[in-house]
Design a protein around this ligand. Structure first.
Ligand code: ABC
Ligand code: CA
Length: 471
């Protein structure tokens, strides 16, 4: 699928080992142990209804290839990022036919499959690595000369030295070598074709020279979104030239800071978004927007006020890019840094009758309704018609989202003096199904309650009956 196809989608990111088991059992899983807990591709198939019922139409799963076996000082390779054999599958997650079945089951539901791929490195449990254990790169000469990354301000150091640590050094592939380049370009085309993948999440993008990526993306032939783990807009911006999209890390940090406390800065969030809109190749449209992922503390590990949580969760669904929700967020998981943010989802029982699960379902439905109602929605740039120290209006016709970081003991109010709504047009807050009316010039003035956000759409786009069904 193309970038334009993905722009309409909403992605559920899951850690394969932690999402669901083949037989539906609920084995114990202590994140601190850093061991395989038993999640599989068959397990994902078993729980596709759960994902689809929330309105997601794409999933991003953990890397699929064979990883380092056994225990290391950093635990086991349950996350899938420690490749040892590019040409085999990770048998902990299932076999070839299981993965093919997952792909076809997704497609028969009209959903997309996003694979996570790592080309920057391969993983060892000794230093120096025993290179013969790797496939196909089984010689020291296929890798950059060993050095740890020590200086993130030196791009050569970032690209050619190694990630990892003494327990698990990540041998840095020589992505300047023709042999390595040719292998990876062919490999990615085959991988996409074999599993009918619709898109790729590419790991460690800033650790490989930029001009490696266009050829790789072309060989893949599907949508590519890169992980450039950096909070700096100008730095991340350069990678928007070489891949379809980037994970929106700069905005992620500002989103987190804005809502993690009642003194967070909403104007910084606005300013980072505006910088990205004007700096990235396709503005913010070709970004993946997220509040949580496998590398960062969950939001509720620092803030559990449900009003702040609801505001923060809403953001990815109302901005210019592609929403991504990290599994477990909808169940209110509170894990902090890696490895604590990789809880087994089965321990939640996949309960759907929960406030955050319903919130996510409504947010997906609201975004879909806005896209369906306006052919310009996906090319209209978000604006911020009102910003105060504790309230923020985020507007993109036909959606007006009113956010606040005042917290659950606050009574927020928003006043937007003009929009494209017509005078007297009836609007609905999709989170409560309460209605209100736009004034002259489409003005909207509203008082909220208990610090909750309001997501407004015309009732002609999202009617009261539909709203009540989702509640
Ligand atoms: C394991 C243990 C950890 C232990 C670690 C040393 O080893 O589990 O407890 O602390 C995989 C596994 C991890 C595992 C690692 C290493 O491998 O999932 O559990 O950690 O063995 C990607 C994936 C990630 C994956 C890998 C490796 C890469 O998303 O899940 O990890 O394939 C760097 C990379 C980034 C990478 C991330 C983990 O490390 O760039 O691609 N993620 C700065 C740097 C970043 C750096 C980040 C974290 O620190 O600039 O490049 O990310 O080390 C902002 C700044 C940023 C700054 C952040 C922290 O603050 O703007 O620049 O990031 O304000
Ligand atoms: Ca590298």
């Amino acid at each position: 699928a193309s970038a334009a196809d993905w722009q309409q989608r909403s992605i559920y990111q899951l850690v394969t080992d932690r999402f669901a088991t083949t037989n539906g059992s609920y084995p114990s899983c202590d994140t601190e142990d850093r061991v395989y807990c038993g999640g599989t591709w068959q397990g994902v198939i078993r729980q596709l209804d759960y994902i689809q019922n929330m309105g997601f139409d794409a999933i991003w799963i953990s890397p699929i290839v064979a990883n380092l076996e056994g225990s290391t000082g950093d635990g086991e390779s349950y996350h899938g990022y420690w490749t040892v054999d590019q040409n085999s599958l990770n048998s902990h997650f299932g076999n070839e036919s299981d993965l093919l079945e997952l792909s076809s089951q997704l497609h028969s539901r009209g959903m997309y499959l996003m694979l996570d791929v790592v080309v920057n490195h391969m993983a060892a449990d000794t230093l120096p690595p025993d290179y013969v254990l790797f496939a196909p790169f089984n010689a020291e000469s296929d890798f950059h000369t060993f050095c740890w990354i020590t200086n993130y301000n030196n791009q050569t150091n970032v690209e050619q030295c190694w990630l990892g640590d003494d327990n698990v050094p990540l041998a840095d592939c020589d992505t300047e070598s023709d042999y390595v380049i040719d292998f990876f370009y062919k490999w990615i085309g085959d991988l996409v074709a074999n599993y009918s993948a619709d898109g790729l999440r590419i790991d460690t993008v800033k650790h490989v020279r930029s001009d490696f990526w266009p050829g790789f993306a072309e060989a893949a032939g599907v949508f590519t979104i890169g992980e450039v783990l950096d909070g700096d807009v100008d730095y991340v911006s350069t990678y928007t030239e070489v891949l379809d999209a980037v994970l929106d890390y700069p905005t992620y940090y500002q989103l987190f800071y804005a809502f993690e406390s009642t003194s967070g800065s909403l104007s910084n969030l606005v300013s980072w978004v505006q910088q990205s809109q004007s700096t990235y190749k396709n503005g913010e449209f070709m970004t993946g927007s997220f509040l949580e992922n496998q590398d960062n503390p969950r939001f509720q590990s620092v803030q559990t006020d449900q009003a702040l949580v609801s505001n923060a969760i809403s953001w990815p669904f109302i901005q210019d890019g592609i929403p991504i929700l990290y599994y477990g967020q909808e169940q209110g998981y509170t894990g902090s840094n890696d490895p604590y943010n990789r809880e087994a989802l089965w321990l939640s029982g996949y309960v759907e009758d929960k406030p955050l699960v319903k919130l996510v379902r409504t947010l997906n439905a609201a975004r879909k309704a806005a896209i369906a109602a306006s052919s310009d929605y996906l090319s209209t740039v978000l604006t911020f018609p009102s910003v105060t120290s504790s309230t923020l209006a985020v507007y993109k016709q036909p959606m007006l989202a009113l956010l606040t970081n005042g917290g659950s003991s606050s009574t927020p109010s928003w006043s937007v003096s003009s929009t494209d709504y017509s005078n007297g047009e009836e609007l609905i807050n999709v989170l409560t199904c309460d209605t209100l009316t736009a004034g002259s010039n489409g003005a909207v003035s509203v008082t909220g309650s208990e610090g909750m956000p309001q997501i407004l759409l015309p009732t002609s786009v999202f009617n009261v009956t539909y709203c009540n069904e989702l509640l």
